[in-house]
Design a protein around this ligand. Structure first.
Ligand SMILES: Nc1nc2c(ncn2[C@@H]2O[C@H](COP(=O)(O)OP(=O)(O)OP(=O)(O)O)[C@@H](O)[C@H]2O)c(=O)[nH]1
Ligand SMILES: [Mg+2]
Length: 338
């Protein structure tokens, strides 16, 4: 008898937090034996997903992401919303500390009955972490949370993964001393739907205003992600709860703009399709490289390349010749690099 997905599905749907946590733990499990059950649970929950505002937040370590999420989260639960926070942290080295840190930084939100905070454990691959976060997001939506916030630290690739699973991607920045745009990843700004310069408080207010102007100028030089939306630059103080509602109102404006043009669904469809391609690629790679004959031949041709007996193009042909040919008309040569 395969394990029964219904207790999970019904538990999540009824708002049982213990079952919500248990379902996410199931999703995070690496055990092969859990995969079918996980799939059935997600299939069962899928009809109840899609209604939430999906918000991604990134920024360098220490910019104030957790403090900002605590402040925004409390603001939202006070308005009667239900807020789930998921953290993506692909680097095992800092995860332990950051999870502990988040518990203390979001301590008011963490105990609120309408909030749910779930730090992801470090994963082995970014793909793995990102699959778990996507699926956990769906579980939270099915559990009735209407704002899902995904936090990730902006130092690697994880911010690209998060940007591709949310409706709105917010980049937190700090007013730096001197040249504002030095050392900022241009790619990160290009993904942003808005930039909020945090810690605009105390002695830092003027610097934050200067940074805002610098970012505004920089943004005007970039091709916007959306023709109708130039990413706004705001200032805020997560610690002093200043400017938090402005950020939220802007997120709602962006949403209105997308929905009125029918683009929110389109954006999500495109995200789903590109996610499918990513999974397919991962699956194909895994399947291919695990084949004994592929490993064998890879070893051989690598040696031949080292000794100058063959060159990479010919080597690839020899390896791809190992692909099974279910369709006699298909020609594996068409897969080969031109
Ligand atoms: N002055 C001031 N300090 C802030 C503000 N927001 C956060 N901080 C402080 O900055 C430090 C880092 O804040 P966090 O919220 O932990 O930053 P984070 O981006 O989540 O950090 P990581 O999780 O390590 O990447 C803490 O000491 C906060 O109290 C703010 O708006 N103003
Ligand atoms: Mg944090």
């Amino acid at each position: 008898m395969p394990p029964d997905p219904r207790p999970y599905i019904e538990g999540v749907r009824s708002g049982d937090r213990r079952m919500l946590a248990k379902t996410i733990t199931l999703i995070e499990s690496r055990l092969l034996s859990h995969q079918d059950l996980t799939q059935s649970v997600i299939d069962g929950l899928l009809p109840f997903t899609g209604h939430a505002i999906r918000l991604g937040i990134t920024g360098v370590p220490g910019v104030g992401k957790s403090t900002f999420i605590e402040s925004l989260g409390l603001h939202l639960v006070e308005q009667g919303r239900r807020v789930a926070v998921l953290a993506v942290d692909p680097s095992s080295a800092r995860s332990g500390g950051s999870i502990m840190g988040d518990k203390t930084r979001m301590e008011k939100l963490a105990v609120h009955e309408h909030a749910f905070i779930r730090p992801s454990p470090a994963g082995r691959t970014l793909g793995g972490v990102s699959r778990k976060t996507r699926e956990s997001m769906l579980v939270c939506e099915a559990g009735g949370f209407d704002v899902i916030i995904v936090e990730t630290v902006g130092v690697g690739q994880s911010e690209y993964a998060v940007a591709s699973m949310v409706d709105f991607f917010l980049v937190l920045m700090l007013a730096g001393a001197g040249d504002e745009l030095q050392g900022i990843k241009r790619g990160l700004l290009e993904m942003a739907d808005a930039v909020a310069i945090n810690k605009a408080d105390g002695d830092n207010i003027d610097a934050a205003e200067r940074a805002k102007k610098a970012y505004e100028n920089a943004m005007h030089l970039m091709t916007p992600v959306h023709p109708c939306w130039t990413p706004p630059i705001l200032t805020c103080s997560a610690l002093a709860h200043k400017g938090i509602d402005d950020v939220w109102q802007m997120i709602l404006r962006h949403r209105e703009m997308l929905t009125s043009r029918g683009e929110l669904n389109l954006k999500r469809q495109e995200q789903a399709i590109s996610w499918m391609h990513q999974l397919l690629e991962e699956g194909l790679k895994k399947w291919f490289y695990e084949k004994a004959e592929v490993r064998e031949r890879l070893k051989d041709v690598s040696r031949h390349i080292e000794t100058g007996k063959t060159h990479p193009t010919a080597a690839v042909r020899q390896i791809l010749d190992l692909l099974p040919q279910s369709d006699p008309k298909s020609n594996p040569k068409s897969l080969q690099p031109k």
